[in-house]
Every structure is written in C-alpha cells, then in structure tokens.
Design a protein around this ligand. Structure first.
Ligand code: HEC
Length: 146
C-alpha cells in the first residue's frame, strides 16, 4: 500500500506541474491547444486508473462490490455505503466531507450505520491521509458499482 501512496505523490506533483505549464501556454495556437487537450484526456484516464488502484488497495478489500461465495463479508458493500451517504448528503461537498471524516477517523458516535457496526464492528482506522480519503470520497460520489 505504501508504494501506491508514494507513487501517487509523484503523480500529483507532475499533475501540478502540468497545470502550471498549461496555464503558461494559454495564448498558443489552436494546434498546440489540441495536443494539450489530448494530453489532458490521457491524464484524466491515468487519474481514473490511479483512483481505481487506490480504491482497491485502501477500501475494496473489506467493502466488496459483490458477494463472493464461501467468503465471509468483512464490511457492508461499497455501493450500500455510498447510497446511504448520498441519501443523507445529496450534495457533493457534504458527501465528501462526511465520508472523509469517517474514513480518516472512524467513530461509533459519528455513524450512519449503527447496524453495520453491530454486525461487523467499527471500521478500523487505516491511517489513510486526509487528501487520499478526500480524493476517494470524490471519486465514490460519481461511482456506480455494477
Ligand atoms: C479493514 C476493513 C475496512 C477497510 C479497509 C475499509 N473499511 Fe469502511 N467500513 C468497514 C466496516 C466493518 C464498516 C461497518 C462498520 C462501521 O460503520 O464502522 C465500514 C463502514 C464504512 C462507512 C460507513 C460508516 C458509518 O458507520 O456511517 C464508510 C463511509 C466507509 N466504511 C468508508 C470506507 C472507505 C472510503 C474506505 C477506504 C479508504 C474504507 N471504508 C475501508 C471496514 C473497512
């Protein structure tokens, strides 16, 4: 998990640099802009792949996306969690705040799922950094597990 996080840091720094470069080149010709746009599209796809990897490593080990025969469930399914939080916090900002808060610091007195705590016990604190939790929460807001 550690290597994913450090890889992620390098990635975020390079993304930052790219956006600075792009803002400097805003007065270039259309042709350059098209190339840059493609580059951004590629970056966006990379970002999605990266988020998938992070989500799998950090969350989906416990929050499965479907039943696995013969395997004990460790946590409620991720889509169940998302649906419940979305019902309570329909706008993105509130959703991201609530999911991030619980993820970085799971507390029984801050739960929307008391019955899940009774069934599975309180989610352990994984030590995930806030920025990663926030990115995951943002990604989950748009996610629909099949
Ligand atoms: C080690 C297993 C495990 C991992 C890893 C895990 N969770 Fe959980 N999570 C649980 C369990 C068990 C519950 C149900 C009990 C509870 O709500 O605390 C839960 C509940 C939740 C809830 C609902 C909290 C509530 O009670 O209202 C959210 C939101 C959540 N997890 C988000 C995440 C996110 C995001 C990740 C990845 C960054 C993640 N979890 C990783 C085990 C895990």
């Amino acid at each position: 998990m550690k290597s994913i996080f450090s890889h992620r840091l390098i990635y975020l720094v390079s993304l930052q640099l790219l956006s600075i470069l792009n803002s400097c080149s805003s007065d270039k010709s259309n042709e350059t802009k098209v190339v840059l746009k493609d580059e951004f599209k590629q970056k966006a796809e990379m970002k999605n792949q990266e988020m998938e990897a992070l989500l799998h490593a950090a969350c989906l080990y416990c929050h499965k996306t479907q039943d696995i025969p013969g395997e004990k469930e460790l946590a409620p399914k991720m889509q169940v969690v998302i649906d419940l939080y979305k019902a309570q916090y329909p706008n993105r900002e509130d959703f991201v705040k609530a999911v991030t808060e619980f993820t970085v610091n799971p507390q029984a007195n801050n739960t929307l799922m008391q019955s899940a705590i009774d069934t599975y016990k309180l989610m352990p604190n994984s030590g995930i950094v806030k920025q990663d939790a926030e990115d995951i929460a943002n990604y989950l807001f748009d996610y629909k597990f099949q």
